[in-house]
Design a protein around this ligand. Structure first.
Ligand code: FAD
Ligand code: UQ1
Length: 413
């Protein structure tokens, strides 16, 4: 078996950030990254691809170009965790041994868990999804081909990465319809199983106001349970009725993020908590049972919204946690749950939500970020991608906390 000081499972956003900083600190041959994909995607760009603002190729890089040179890249899937024996089995039959393990496998997309979704994505050009590279280019085509009827935007009744993304594309669509003489022929609807449009109340209030102003119907506690592409209908369960009544809505266009959940192999392993995600201490990122195992990003059960911004902040804490554990000390760094969601509301506007475990705003800039701003649009669309490829994946971006403190002259948490 191969033997490493550190093994990182998953070379996505969080995995690369950790592999970069660990290999920078500990040197060549000490860190292995298990990652099957030849391609690396900057997923936050997919909202803009769906809106016709960027080309999908701009979101794509090659794993070989972002993999830290000092790391050994094992181009296989992890298929089994054996934390009692400090090892991971791979799809190629390797047994990789570690002293310390970092799990960063992201969320699994479960298209087949929604009745009719795979067929609809395959056969109906007006059913689209920004959540995968393969489907993201259907979205803008659907906007262009839209004639009249319901444009419905849904969010699944599961954990979701970037829980704002399902509505960002709706705002881009509504604006596109207005600018292309289709708005009066369209009924734009957001259907969500949740009791509010967004988790943090400060921003939820603003988004409801924006929907009202722009004539967008918000149907809360509506859970999409089936798509019927033949008759172009979407079936929703009304979660506030007992037993659940269903309502069938015809669609002209339908944007559907798939059900999501923990990766199967993680869920089946001793590393999983009750919901199947990696069970971590919510302050330190250390595994709750195995002290030499750590987690970052969407595959963990940190009780905050799953975003790259959250993974960035977690990476700062995790570096300190791992360093402490490697040196035989008790981890002391504390993650506050920081997460961020740039809620794009148009081709020149964005509400930059930033908040913590308590859903309290934790805003970087010294102005009220719940206002739609052009500056925040450019931050998201122009600055973030560069920052991602040049700093984040290199482990050099651990979130804006320091800038927040400077810009608030020290008067901030
Ligand atoms: P990922 O980056 O998804 O990486 C997981 C990696 O694990 C992948 O490379 C995968 O190949 C690998 N993997 C999976 N299974 C295995 C296995 N068995 N063995 C080995 N490797 C495996 N975040 C923001 O902060 N701001 C935004 O504006 C934003 N917008 C978004 C819009 C969309 C449409 C989407 C889809 C996401 C958005 N996000 C946004 C979320 C962000 O992309 C994720 O939260 C972030 O990428 C999480 O990083 P991660 O490392 O946990 O997972
Ligand atoms: C962020 O750190 C981050 O991770 C790279 C994102 O993902 C692309 C974001 O969208 C945002 C908003 C942040 C937070 C950064 C600032 C400057 C507020």
């Amino acid at each position: 078996p191969s033997m490493y000081k550190f093994v990182v499972v998953g070379g996505g956003s969080g995995g690369l950030a950790m592999a970069s900083s660990l290999s920078r600190k500990h040197g060549k041959g000490q860190v292995a990254v298990i990652e099957p994909s030849e391609e690396h995607f900057y997923q936050p760009m997919w909202t803009l691809v769906g809106g016709g603002i960027k080309k999908k190729e701009q979101s794509r890089g090659l794993t070989k170009d972002v993999m830290p040179k000092a790391c050994d890249w094992i181009k296989e899937k992890a298929v089994e965790f054996d934390p009692e024996n400090n090892s991971v089995k791979t799809s190629g039959g390797k047994v990789v041994q570690y002293d310390y393990l970092v799990v960063a496998m992201g969320l699994q997309l479960n298209f087949d868990k929604l009745k009719g979704l795979p067929e609809a994505l395959e056969n109906d050009p007006m059913v689209c999804c920004n959540y995968s590279y393969n489907t993201v280019d259907k979205t803008f085509k659907a906007l262009q081909n839209f004639k009249s009827g319901n444009a419905i935007f849904t969010i699944p009744n599961t954990p979701v990465k970037c829980a704002g993304a399902p509505q960002k594309i709706m705002y881009l669509t509504e604006e596109y319809f207005r600018q292309n003489n289709k708005r009066d022929k369209a009924t734009v609807m957001y259907c969500s199983p949740l009791p509010s449009i967004f988790s943090a109340p400060k921003y939820a209030a603003v988004m409801m106001e924006i929907c009202k102003k722009r004539g967008i119907q918000v149907n809360l506690r509506h859970n999409l349970v089936e798509i019927k592409p033949q008759s172009k209908e979407a079936v929703f369960a009304k979660l506030d009725t007992e037993p659940n009544e269903t309502i069938t809505l015809p669609y002209e266009m339908l944007h559907v993020p798939p059900p999501m959940g923990p990766p199967d192999i993680l869920k089946a392993s001793p590393l999983a908590g009750p919901a199947g995600f990696l069970s971590v201490n919510k302050e330190t990122g250390q595994h709750t049972k195995y002290p030499n195992v750590f987690g970052i990003g969407d595959c963990t059960d940190f009780p905050t919204s799953k975003t790259a911004a959250a993974a960035a902040a977690q990476s700062g804490v995790l570096k300190k946690t791992i360093n402490a554990v490697v040196n035989g000390l008790t981890p002391v760094a504390k993650y506050d749950g920081y997460t961020s969601c740039p809620l794009i509301t148009g081709r020149r506007s964005c509400v930059l939500a930033e908040f913590d475990y308590n859903l309290e705003p934790l805003e970087t800039f010294p102005f009220d970020q719940s206002k739609e701003r052009r500056s925040m649009y450019h931050m998201k669309a122009d600055f973030m991608p560069t920052m991602y490829w040049h700093a984040f994946v290199k482990g050099l971006w651990t979130g804006p906390a320091l800038y927040r403190k400077i810009m608030h002259l020290g008067f901030s948490r």
